[in-house]
Design a protein around this ligand. Structure first.
Ligand code: AHG
Ligand code: MN
Ligand code: MN
Length: 335
């Protein structure tokens, strides 16, 4: 009988095999995984537990918070703060750094996360997710400042997402490729189902919120116009379009069957460089996409090389199948 590999076993084996042999990392990731299981349960209960709908409050981005945005943020902080692996946390739903309460031990990592990505979808029972990024803490303060989180994506030691879809999955990288696990609710464990995930280099599927078309820059206008022109246009083939409005679901689709996802720079609000946030959306997803053989760029620069200037900084995102992202980048270069 073939016994399934659980994510706990997998991550421990991965560290044993690596040069670094960082025993603390699987411990921290185990706590993150537990938080994702608790969130999966909360999301799955849906309206039964009275957690649908919005609050009066806004987060620092000026977005109305869903009840589940706040609940899932608390699930993350409270599940992970006591484990002793963290120096601090930051998230989409907290204006400033979350300091580990004084009674708990400190550790050498920083955790940055989006507890509920795609939360506009929760009330309508469409897939949502959680995104997380692990950085090393370089300082020695018991209360790290926001500035100490601002490391480029190349410094991430691990990144992943949980997808609460028709099944719950967890996809993770520690810089050794990308592996996907499916939650087996009978045993309460994530089980390895998608080893060595890679993004096909070519695709005929693009994802962009086309209602923003009038605000896009010329290179993105050109790319999408050419895709829509199909077989008789300059690309010489028909394209398909998808838009879930949950980045986690879009990236997951791209990891499974290829595609390109864009939330590009636009002139809708000149004070914003894009919609998605660098530290807890773009960076972890870019790490995963690159580890799976894809590309991720702002259009002008590799996302993982962007030097962050703020915890909630926004960045344009163009990611996915290598050859297709290269087409969009060549249009940016030509422009
Ligand atoms: P969040 O729910 O964490 O604020 O993130 C939503 C993001 C991302 O998941 C998605 O790709 C995008 O916003 C959807 O944007 P539109 O509302 O423009 O479709
Ligand atoms: Mn998000
Ligand atoms: Mn969110």
């Amino acid at each position: 009988m073939q016994i399934a590999t659980t994510i706990t076993q997998f991550l421990a084996d991965e560290q044993s095999a690596s040069q670094r042999q960082d025993r603390d990392l699987p411990v921290l990731l185990g706590q993150v995984i537990t938080a994702c299981k608790i969130i999966s349960n909360a999301v799955n209960k849906g309206a039964l537990s009275g957690v649908m709908g919005s609050l009066e409050s806004e987060n620092i981005q000026g977005e109305t918070q869903k009840k589940l945005d706040v609940i899932t943020n608390e699930i993350f902080t409270q599940t992970i703060e006591r484990g002793g692996q963290l120096a601090g946390m930051a998230s989409e739903e907290m204006d400033d750094v979350y300091q580990i309460p004084a009674q708990y031990p400190r550790g050498k990592y920083l955790l940055v996360f989006d507890p509920l990505d795609g939360s506009s979808n929760v009330d309508v029972n469409i897939s949502v997710g959680t995104i997380f990024s692990v950085l090393r803490y370089q300082g020695n303060s018991a209360q790290p400042a926001a500035g100490e989180f601002l490391q480029p994506g190349t410094k991430q030691v691990a990144a992943g997402y949980a997808l609460y879809g028709s099944s719950t999955m967890l996809v993770i990288t520690t810089g050794n490729g990308v592996n996907g696990f499916t939650l087996d609710t009978n045993i309460g464990e994530f089980v390895l189902t998608h080893p060595g995930m890679t993004i096909p280099a070519d695709t005929k599927e693009f994802a962009i919120n086309a209602s923003n078309q009038r605000f896009w820059e010329a290179p993105v206008q050109r790319y999408v116009t050419e895709c829509v022109a199909g077989k008789t246009g300059p690309r010489g083939r028909d394209f398909n379009m998808r838009w879930v409005a949950s980045m986690v679901a879009e990236v997951h689709r791209i990891l499974i069957r290829g595609g390109i996802f864009m939330y590009p720079k636009d002139n809708k609000d000149p004070t914003k460089a894009g919609k998605l946030r660098l530290m807890y959306e773009a960076n972890p997803m870019s790490f995963i996409v690159e580890q799976a053989g894809g590309l991720s760029s702002t259009g002008r620069q590799r996302i993982l090389d962007v030097q962050p200037e703020g915890l909630h900084q926004r960045v344009p995102v163009i990611l996915g199948s290598k050859n297709e992202v290269e087409v969009v980048l060549s249009y940016h270069a030509e422009h």
